[in-house]
Design a protein around this ligand. Structure first.
Ligand code: HEM
Ligand SMILES: *[C@@H]1O[C@H](CO)[C@@H](O)[C@H](O)[C@H]1NC(C)=O
Ligand SMILES: *[C@@H]1O[C@H](CO)[C@@H](O)[C@H](O)[C@H]1NC(C)=O
Ligand SMILES: *[C@@H]1O[C@H](CO)[C@@H](O)[C@H](O)[C@H]1NC(C)=O
Length: 583
C-alpha cells in the first residue's frame, strides 16, 4: 500500500519535474536565430562558449558571438549566457536571460541613437562599478537625475578647459614619457621591453591631472621621493650583455608610484574581476573584504575628499579664479546651483564623490589600452608608421626645423588628417571597452522581431582583426541594407587601413562604424580627453622613436578582458630618431 502511494507520488512528480525542467530551459524570442543545442541546455550557451574560449588563445566572448553570427548567417542573433535557474536563487535580481546581439552597424545605430527612448542604459557596465561608485551617473536611466549629474561634468568636459588649461599638462606628461623611454632605450640597446606599465601610468597621470589639476602630481612626487624612473645599475650591468641574444626582453625595475595611483590600479583590477559576473552583488560582498581593496578605497576616498576641500577653499578665496581641474569645475557648479536653488551647497555629497572617483578608475585603462594596441599595430605595420611620421613632420615644420618635439600648442592648432585617421583606426580595432549594450525599457521590436521589455541588446561589432572573411561582413550588411545603406565597403573592414577615414584630404567621421565610445545620448562623455591623450602619446613617441619589429614570441595578439580589453603583450623595441640631417 505504502509502496503504491510512493509510486503514485513519484509518477505524479515526473510531469511536474519535467515542467520545471522545461521552464528552466532558455526561452528563445521567436524569429531571432540562435544556436539550437544551446536552447536545449539548462546552461544555455555557456558550454559552447567555454569550448570556444578554450580552443584558441585569442578567442573571447565577442569572437564567440561573431562566429555564431557567421554560423547562423544573421546580423542579429540571440544567445543564452545566463542560466534561468539562477533566477531561483535568492538575491540574484539582475539575471536577464534574454540577450540579443547586433553585429550590424546600421541596426545598432538605429537602436542606440534613434530609439534611445526604447533602449536605455543596461546594468552590465554598472555591475562592475556598483560597489565602488553606486551614485555615479553611469548607473542611471536617461532621465532628469542623469541629466543633472551629467551637467555637473559639463565644465570639465568643455573645450575651453580641455584645450586651454589641460592640454599643456597632457603634453608635458607625454614629453616626460619620451624622456624616460630615451633613458630606457639607451640601456636596452634596441632590445625589446614591455611598454604596458608606462603607458597605463601615462594615461593615469593624464586623467589625474584632469581630475585634480596639473599641480597634483608634483605634490605626489615629493611624497614618493622619486617621480621619474631611474633604471637601476643592476639592469644596466647584468641585464643587458652587449650583442648577444638581442631578442631577449629587458626587464626594468618597476617605478615607485604614489599611493593614489596604486589605489586606482587596485580598484580597476578588481573591477575587471567583477566583469560579466553572474552574481555581481554576491561577488562584491566577497571582494570588498580584501585588505588591499579596503586600503585602496580608503586612499581614494581620502584623496577625493581632500581635493574637494582644497577646491572649496580656493573658491572661497577667489570667486573669479579660473577652474583648473574637474574637481574645481564641479565645486563651482555646485555652488552656483545651490545659490540658484536657495540651499546650502553640498560639496561632499555621495554624488560628488562618486562622480569624481569615477574619473580615476577604469578611464585611464581604456586610454592606456588604446595606446598599447596602437603601438603594437604600428610596430607590425611599418609602412603606416612611416606614413604617419611623415605626416607629422609635414604638419609640424617648425619643430622639425628646430629639432625639437612638437609643442602641445602646435598639436592643438594643427589639423593632421592622417593622425586623426590612425587614432580612429586604432580605436576601431582596439575597441577597449569591448562593446556596448542597452536594455529594452518597453516591449518593442528589432528588425520586425518582437523584443520584450527587459531584453539586453548588445552591440559587439565583429572584431575586424580576428574574424570576418570579407564575404561574411558583406552578407551581414546586405541583410540589413533595408535599414540604412552604409557608405563604406564592408568587405574592407577587416583591414587596418587608416586611409579609409580620409575623404578628399579631410578626416571623415562617417567612413566606417565607430562604436569604441558607445553611441547615442549615453555615449562616452570623456572622449575629447581620451583623444587628446591618445594623440599626444602617438605624436610624442613616433616623433622621437622608430618602433622596430619585436620577436614573434613577444608580438602576440591575445587579449586580456578585464576592466577593458587589453593586449597580453605590448613590447616595444625603440630606435631614437636622429634629426641632424635637417640642418
Ligand atoms: C579610450 C578611452 C575611452 C573609451 C574607449 C571609453 C569608452 C566608453 C564606452 C564604450 C562607454 C559606454 C557608452 C555607451 O554605453 O554608449 C563609456 C561611458 C562613459 N565614459 Fe568612457 N571611454 C574612454 C575614456 C573615458 C574618459 C577619459 C572618461 C572621463 C574622464 C570617461 C568617462 C565615461 C563616463 C562618465 C561614462 C558613462 C556615461 C553615461 O552613462 O552617461 N571615459 N566610455
Ligand atoms: C532616474 O532613474 C533612476 C534609476 O535609474 C531613479 O533612481 C531616479 O529616481 C530617476 N529620476 C527621475 C527624476 O525620474
Ligand atoms: C587650442 O585650440 C583652441 C581652439 O581650437 C584654443 O582656444 C586654445 O587656446 C588652444 N590651446 C592651446 C594650449 O594652444
Ligand atoms: C552569403 O549569403 C548567401 C545567400 O544569401 C549564401 O548562399 C552564402 O553561403 C553566404 N555566405 C556566407 C559566407 O555566409
Amino acid at each position: 500500500m505504502e509502496a503504491l502511494t510512493l509510486l503514485t507520488i513519484a509518477l505524479g512528480a515526473v510531469p511536474t519535474l519535467y515542467l520545471i525542467y522545461l521552464s528552466l530551459l532558455p526561452h528563445p524570442l521567436p524569429g531571432i536565430p540562435y544556436r539550437p543545442s544551446s536552447a536545449r541546455s539548462l546552461l544555455g550557451d555557456i558550454p559552447a562558449l567555454l569550448t570556444h574560449l578554450s580552443t584558441h588563445p585569442t578567442n573571447t566572448f565577442t569572437t564567440y558571438t561573431t562566429s555564431l553570427m557567421r554560423q547562423l548567417d544573421s546580423p542579429v542573433i540571440q544567445i543564452f549566457p545566463r542560466p534561468r535557474f539562477l533566477s531561483l536563487l535568492p538575491g540574484i535580481s539582475s539575471v536577464k536571460p534574454k540577450v540579443v546581439v547586433l553585429g550590424d552597424y546600421a541596426t545598432a545605430y538605429d537602436v542606440f541613437v534613434r530609439r534611445s527612448r526604447e533602449f536605455d542604459r543596461s546594468p552590465s557596465i554598472g555591475n562592475m562599478l556598483l560597489g565602488f561608485i553606486p551614485r555615479n551617473h553611469i548607473h542611471l536611466r536617461t532621465n532628469g537625475t542623469w541629466k543633472a549629474q551629467r551637467r555637473l561634468l559639463l565644465g570639465a568636459m568643455g573645450k575651453g578647459f580641455l584645450f586651454g588649461v589641460l592640454a599643456p599638462v597632457i603634453g608635458e606628461r607625454a614629453e616626460r614619457l619620451v624622456d624616460v623611454w630615451k633613458e630606457k632605450g639607451k640601456l636596452a640597446k634596441e632590445r625589446p621591453w614591455s611598454a604596458q606599465r608606462d603607458l597605463y601610468l601615462l594615461a593615469l597621470s593624464g586623467v589625474a591631472a584632469f581630475t585634480f589639476g596639473g599641480q597634483f602630481e608634483e605634490g605626489l612626487e615629493k611624497e614618493v621621493g622619486v617621480g621619474r624612473e631611474e633604471p637601476s645599475e643592476r639592469s644596466e650591468g647584468e641585464g643587458m650583455p652587449d650583442g648577444e641574444d638581442s631578442d631577449q626582453p629587458v626587464e626594468f625595475p618597476e617605478q615607485d608610484i604614489p599611493d593614489i595611483f596604486r589605489a586606482s590600479l587596485e580598484i580597476t583590477r578588481t573591477m575587471g574581476e567583477l566583469r560579466g559576473s553572474l552574481m555581481p552583488r554576491v561577488k562584491w560582498e566577497i571582494v570588498r573584504r580584501r585588505e588591499r581593496l579596503k586600503w585602496a578605497r580608503t586612499v581614494m576616498a581620502d584623496t577625493v575628499n581632500r581635493e574637494i576641500a582644497k577646491a572649496v577653499e580656493k573658491l572661497d578665496r577667489s570667486r573669479e579664479a579660473t577652474p583648473e581641474c574637474a574637481v574645481e569645475h564641479m565645486v563651482a557648479h555646485e555652488r552656483n546651483l545651490a545659490m540658484k536653488e536657495g540651499r546650502r551647497p553640498d560639496y561632499f555629497s555621495p554624488v560628488m564623490v562618486d562622480e569624481i572617483t569615477g574619473f580615476m578608475i577604469a578611464t585611464y585603462e581604456t586610454t592606456g589600452s588604446t595606446l598599447c594596441w596602437g603601438f603594437k599595430y604600428l610596430t607590425d605595420l611599418p609602412s603606416i608608421q612611416n606614413k604617419l611620421r611623415h605626416a607629422l613632420e609635414k604638419g609640424y615644420p617648425a619643430a622639425l626645423k628646430e629639432r625639437r618635439s612638437p609643442t602641445i600648442e602646435e598639436m592643438n592648432n594643427t589639423d593632421i588628417p592622417y593622425l586623426d585617421a590612425v587614432s580612429e583606426e586604432i580605436l576601431r580595432f582596439a575597441n577597449p571597452a569591448t562593446g556596448v549594450d542597452r536594455q529594452a525599457v518597453v516591449d518593442t521590436e528589432i528588425l520586425g522581431h518582437a523584443v520584450p521589455k527587459g531584453t539586453i541588446v548588445a552591440c559587439l561589432l565583429p572584431e575586424p582583426a580576428l574574424i570576418s572573411p570579407p564575404e561574411i561582413a558583406k552578407n551581414l550588411s546586405q541583410r540589413s541594407s533595408s535599414i540604412n545603406s552604409n557608405s563604406w565597403d564592408d568587405s574592407d573592414l577587416a583591414h587596418f587601413r587608416p586611409e579609409r577615414w580620409i575623404l578628399h584630404g579631410e578626416f571623415d567621421l562617417d567612413a566606417a562604424p565607430r562604436v569604441a565610445f558607445g553611441l547615442g545620448p549615453r555615449g562616452c562623455p570623456g572622449k575629447r580627453l581620451a583623444y587628446m591623450e591618445i594623440k599626444a602619446g602617438l605624436v610624442s613617441v613616433l616623433w622621437n622613436f622608430e618602433l622596430l619589429p619585436c620577436p614573434a614570441e613577444l608580438s602576440g595578439y591575445e587579449k586580456l578582458v578585464l576592466a577593458t580589453q587589453k593586449p597580453k603583450q605590448c613590447y616595444v623595441r625603440l630606435r631614437e630618431i636622429s634629426r641632424s640631417w635637417t640642418l
